[in-house]
Design a protein around this ligand. Structure first.
Ligand code: RNT
Ligand code: ZN
Length: 413
């Protein structure tokens, strides 16, 4: 069956084996925060703040680093290909001590680095500028208060240094992504002032040059959040300008724009001006709700653009969703597989023929190719990819998830 399918793709000029090679060498960065509803391990009440919201109370969330690692091992075993771990600073191993955000060090993350090394995977990192008393008034790096700014600057500086160490030890650059929740619920009097503060703070954070083979800096914009409906300091224009000027990577989160605005169409524009992209593949439902990513039009369009722009080597694909209303392992597996399937579909597009038709002004052929492509048996190739990686098909993965729920998750109260 697979060989037949390969032949039909070859008729359209598509090299299936090449697509599978690209699949095998394109990691997805698994966000640790799906495993425990963005709680982290700082101790304390772990209450989520700064406009982040998780709904649901499905049993079995990870309560410790050990549990989170066990869960991630399960997830990795159910995913074809080699992936990465995307860790937030609040997930450090603080050994029961109170370690404030401006005190984090490599030693708090050495256990995670060792774990990633054992798994043979790379790591990405994020300063956590939320869920903290110094973020309660809605401002961090752009705060009008110099002491507050300095606190978060120190946290972000330390995060970059930790990211660089992760990249160095694991032999693969760590993308350290800065997102801050800063914004206002109601109408600001001075939009510019906060933005000047954010820009200066970022300059200070990024002032130390780090080896790009160890650390890559990224910045993440947002349109609005809960509690920052009227104004977000780090808007798209702000960070697009900042990333272009300073040649950092730009993070595009699929949920951070107007609900009818997709990020796919932005990729070809921003890649002309920024060196690299970080994607937070997510699914907003009516708002930035961080639903589990699906194999839907939006996700397919994103991956199509990455392939059509030949941008995979300059793009870091990460996920950003957190759903506590379903099995969290299932959420990770469904979302990551959806991103991977979308990528595969994009790689199997008859792009040479489409391109040639477009260049020749033959838009009828181009349109027909779109339709022909939709009827192609891509799922056979997906199942082949899963089989070659000794991982189950989607439906088989479901029984493994159910088994894990019965044997592990249900024992956690
Ligand atoms: C928030 C941003 C950010 C966070 C994570 C936890 O709107 O999307 O990326 O979701 O860093
Ligand atoms: Zn995000």
């Amino acid at each position: 069956m697979f060989d037949q399918v390969k032949d039909s793709y070859a008729e359209l000029g598509v090299d299936v084996e090449k697509a599978l090679e690209v699949m095998a060498s394109t990691p997805i960065s698994l966000h640790c925060w799906q495993g425990d509803d963005v709680g982290g391990f700082e101790g304390g009440d772990g209450e989520l703040g700064s406009g982040l919201a998780v709904t649901g109370n499905f049993p079995g969330k990870a309560r410790s680093i050990a549990e989170l690692q066990t869960d991630l091992e399960k997830v990795l075993s159910l995913l074809p290909g080699n992936h990465r771990l995307n860790l937030h600073a609040i997930y450090g191993d603080f050994g029961g001590e109170k370690v404030d955000r401006d005190e984090i060090e490599v030693k708090h993350f050495q256990g995670w680095i060792d774990w990633c090394k054992a798994q043979g995977i790379g790591m990405d990192f994020n300063p956590s500028c939320f869920s903290h008393p110094k973020a309660d008034d809605g401002f961090t790096l752009s705060s009008p208060d110099a002491g507050t700014r300095d606190f978060w600057i120190e946290h972000c500086k330390r995060s970059r240094a930790i990211g660089a160490e992760m990249g160095k030890q694991l032999g693969s650059p760590c993308v350290t992504n800065i997102w801050v929740p800063d914004g206002l619920k109601d109408l600001p009097a001075d939009r510019l002032g906060f933005r000047k503060n954010l820009s200066r703070s970022l300059d200070t954070v990024l002032s130390e040059k780090l080896d790009p083979s160890h650390n890559i800096d990224a910045v993440e914009c947002k349109l609005f959040g809960i509690g920052s409906e009227s104004y977000v300091v780090g808007s798209h224009e702000f960070y697009m300008g900042y990333a272009m000027k300073n040649q950092t990577a730009l993070c595009l989160d699929a949920g951070h724009f107007h609900p009818t605005e997709g990020i796919a169409d932005k990729i070809s524009s921003v890649l002309l001006y920024v060196p690299e992209l970080l994607l937070h593949v997510s699914r907003g439902v009516r708002w930035d709700s961080d639903h589990v990513v699906l194999f839907d039009d939006q996700t397919q369009a994103i991956m199509q653009e990455l392939v059509r722009c030949d941008a995979l080597s300059r793009t870091h694909i990460g996920l950003d969703f957190f759903d506590a209303s379903i099995n969290r392992i299932g959420a990770w597996v469904i979302g990551t597989r959806a991103a991977q399937k979308s990528l595969l579909l994009a790689l199997l597009e008859p792009s040479e023929k489409m391109h040639a038709a477009e260049q020749a002004g033959d838009f009828t052929t181009r349109l027909m190719l779109h339709e022909v492509n939709k009827a192609m048996p891509w799922s056979v190739v997906w199942n082949e990819f899963c089989a070659r990686n000794n991982t189950p098909s989607d439906w088989q993965a479901m029984s493994a998830i159910k088994d894990y729920e019965a044997s592990v998750l249900s024992g956690r109260s």
